[in-house]
Design a protein around this ligand. Structure first.
Ligand code: HEC
Length: 163
């Protein structure tokens, strides 16, 4: 059996036992509280955007994820300038103009605005580190800066959701 098939099989088995666990817990009297089979109560703040802005924001989010993938691929190929360009133009300070960030910002609670700004700044810092890596050949600072970008995605997603 190929390694890929072994992996898929293992994933299916893991899922099966996780859902079995959820069922078992639901039959008990104590409410399930911990672990992936029993997700914690959703405490994210609900944010209301006008419908069109919501659609645009989610499409923009999907492009954020695509940008991260492209950045990782460019880093793996040693194409540091291209990784930097994707980060700056699609996630960094330069991305603010085309996506109407000011339009969106007024519907965001201040903590969400801060997370957005922090992400844009982190992406621009990553772009600089990626360019540095092109000169020094030292990848670690760029990878750390990329993790700082992802941390902002994670932080905002943990705190807010759209209505
Ligand atoms: C300022 C807050 C914020 C930041 C920063 C942020 N997101 Fe989001 N993102 C959201 C919210 C809010 C949603 C909607 C979540 C919900 O309603 O459950 C979302 C949804 C998404 C979705 C789902 C899109 C869909 O079609 O449903 C993806 C993918 C995503 N974000 C990727 C990213 C990535 C990758 C980053 C970082 C590079 C990022 N986001 C940074 C707030 C943010």
């Amino acid at each position: 059996m190929s390694r890929r098939r072994v992996f898929v099989l293992a994933a299916i088995l893991a899922l099966g036992s996780a859902s079995g666990l959820a069922l078992a817990q639901n039959h008990g009297h104590a409410p399930a509280r911990h672990g992936p089979a029993a997700p914690a109560q959703d405490t994210r703040e609900l944010v209301a955007f006008p419908a069109e802005l919501r659609e645009n924001t989610l499409a923009n989010m999907r492009d954020h994820l695509l940008a991260l993938q492209e950045i990782q691929e460019f880093l793996a190929r040693g194409a540091f300038d291209r990784a930097a360009a994707v980060a700056e133009q699609r996630l960094g300070m330069s991305s603010l103009g085309p996506h109407g960030a000011h339009e969106v910002a007024k519907f965001m609670p201040s903590g969400m605005q801060d997370a957005g700004s922090a992400m844009h700044r982190a992406a621009s810092r990553f772009a600089i580190e990626a360019q540095n890596a092109g000169v020094t050949g030292e990848l670690k600072p760029a990878l750390a800066a990329l993790a700082a970008v992802t941390a902002q995605c994670v932080g905002c997603h943990a705190a807010y959701r759209l209505e």
